[in-house]
Ligand binder design. Sequence first.
Ligand SMILES: Cc1cc2nc3c(=O)[nH]c(=O)nc-3n(C[C@H](O)[C@H](O)[C@H](O)COP(=O)(O)O)c2cc1C
Length: 187
Amino acid sequence: MSEIISEITGRRARRGLSEETIDRTVLERIFKAATLSPSCANKQPWRFMVCTADGSIEKAREALLGGNYWATKAPVLVVVMTSDDLDCKSNDNRNYAWFDTGMAVMSLMLQATREGLIAHPMAGFDPAVLREKFDIGDETRIITMIAVAKPGATDHLSEKHLTQENEDQTRRPIGEVFSWENWPGLQ
Ligand SMILES: Cc1cc2nc3c(=O)[nH]c(=O)nc-3n(C[C@H](O)[C@H](O)[C@H](O)COP(=O)(O)O)c2cc1C
C-alpha cells in the first residue's frame, strides 16, 4: 500500500453536525471497533457511556462548555472514561489506562469516518456536571466527550469555527516530532 489509509486522511474534527438520528447498528459497529483496540495485557480499560437523543442526551449536553455550542446538535454524545486501576502500571509512574483508552477512541473515530460520520472529541466539558447528573464516582476518570453525528449545516457556526471547518489540517513537520537514530531532547 502506497498511500495513507483513507479513514486517517478523511477524519476531521468538524463542527457542522446534523441532528438526524444514527442507526443503532452503525453505532454498535463503531463501538465494536473501539473495543478491538490493543491494550496492555489486554486489560481493556476503556469505558463508554452512550447518550442518545432518545434518552439521556439532555443531561450530557448540560456538561458542554459554551465553546462547544455546536455539539448540542449531535444526536449522540459519548462520555469516555477509565480508572487508573483498570490497566497496567509500572514503578516509574507509567499508567496505561489513559493511553489505551485513547487508542480505543481513535479506533472509534476511524470507524465513524468509514461510516460517513463525524466523531469529534472534546475536552471542553465540565466533569462535575456529568458526575452529578449520572452519579459517576470520583475513582472514575472522565477523559473526553465525543460528539457523533452525520455531517450537517454549518451556517450557525461562529466565524472562527466556520473558517476552521474548511481549513486544511495544520501539523508540526514530521522532522519536529520524529527523530531518527538520536534524541535531540524535547522541542
Ligand atoms: C483530547 C481532545 C480534546 C478536544 N477538545 C475539543 C473541544 O473541546 N472543542 C473543539 O471544538 N474541539 C476539540 N478538539 C478537536 C481538536 O481541536 C482537533 O482535533 C484539532 O484542532 C485538529 O483538527 P482535526 O482533528 O480536524 O485534524 C479536541 C481534540 C482532542 C483530541
